[in-house]
Design a protein around this ligand. Structure first.
Ligand code: NAD
Length: 324
């Protein structure tokens, strides 16, 4: 039975998720490169220390890290330390990658960990910081049913919609595609509302009507009222992280040789916004970037699309900090 958990990556999502585990009675050993994050975890009642300090005491390790590159590196470290020294818990060790990671890497990791008798599932989440705090995240898992069942109770401490969606990597696949869709809705909604505003329609009224109609989405129903119309831009999900997700989805469409250019187009827009905005920008700040380019009349009518918004010949100032 899982009682002691290692939790690596105590950021905007990881900290509240670890706190919910603590509140449900689990012992949580946290690790992060940020001293502030470790302090916050200790303040919630968690333990901290290097992985080698606690690895032989835990039955499960949760990863909530920014990228597959970091996840892959940490997994190498876990394999190295778990196969050395006192291996009392080795048979029972489970790893859950709850980060939004690249599905092909996840499958490789699954195969590699099996060789060391370490169970592994991918279980990324949706719902953002608010649902991480409330413990009501949607969790989409990929992997073996036996491993999923082993982890289900602890996943229930962090989420309310929990399902096994397929073999290893499936959770990460759905997550990347979901965020690509979410980014597409967001970009289209920002452009549409800006167009209406330029025409003289108040954005609040436009959003109200769209939300009663078929153009509505999570962006118009939740992100606009809470983060964009208020100009708070504090959803807690960074532009860099959504750009990573769209990049993964774009690669997946390319790998499938799919005859579509939409994922590439959405990725290009978010990459331009990422170059133009602050490094720490929230993903909802794409609205600021849209406001800047949509007023550049004629750009989108350029035949053959020679000039792209934010491109070097677009005349838009996209230098870092130029939109602030
Ligand atoms: P974050 O940047 O706030 O947190 C990441 C944490 O990982 C940071 O505390 C950082 O210090 C730590 N970290 C980085 N490298 C490390 C290393 N080598 N060792 C230990 N710790 C390390 O990011 P976040 O918003 O919490 O997102 C985490 C994951 O969840 C990402 O994969 C993201 O795509 C995904 N996600 C985020 C949201 C959201 O709304 N923020 C929603 C769903 C999924």
């Amino acid at each position: 039975m899982i009682k002691n958990i290692g939790f690596i990556g105590l950021g905007k999502m990881g900290l509240p998720m670890a706190k919910n585990l603590l509140e449900k009675g689990y012992n949580v050993f946290g690790a992060d490169v940020s001293e502030n994050a470790l302090e916050e975890h200790r303040a919630s009642g968690g333990h901290t220390g290097n992985i080698q300090d606690w690895i032989h005491q835990v039955q499960c390790i949760i990863l909530m890290l920014p990228s597959s590159v970091i996840v892959n590196k940490i997994l190498e470290e876990i394999i190295a330390v778990s196969t050395s020294g006192n291996q009392t818990n080795q048979d029972a060790l489970m790893i859950i990658d709850m980060s939004s990671s690249y599905p092909a890497d996840t499958r490789k990791n699954h195969k590699k960990l099996e060789q060391y008798n370490i169970g592994f599932i991918d279980a990324p989440v949706s719902g953002g910081v608010k649902k991480a705090v409330d413990g009501t995240l949607t969790i989409m898992a990929g992997g073996r049913a036996i491993h999923f069942e082993k982890c289900k109770r602890l996943l229930e401490a962090m989420g309310s919609n929990i399902s096994l969606v397929g073999p290893s990597g499936s959770g990460h696949l759905i997550k990347a595609i979901n965020n690509y869709l979410s980014a597409t809705h967001l970009l289209a909604s920002c452009e549409a509302v800006q167009l209406l505003e330029n025409f003289g329609v108040e954005p609040e009224k436009a959003i109200h009507v769209i939300n009663q109609s078929t153009g509505r989405s999570g962006s118009t129903e939740y992100k606009f009222p809470n983060f964009i119309l208020t100009e708070a831009y504090n959803s807690g999900f960074s532009l860099e992280l959504i750009k990573k997700d769209i990049g993964m989805a774009n690669q997946l469409f390319k790998d499938a040789n799919a005859a579509t250019s939409l994922p590439q187009f959405i990725y290009q827009r978010f990459s331009e916004a990422s170059s133009a905005l602050d490094k720490e920008a929230d993903h909802t700040e794409i609205n600021k970037f849209v406001s800047t380019y949509l007023l550049q009349r004629g750009i989108l009518n350029d035949e053959n699309e020679k000039t792209v918004p934010g491109g070097s010949d677009s005349g838009i100032d996209v230098r870092p900090g130029s939109l602030r």
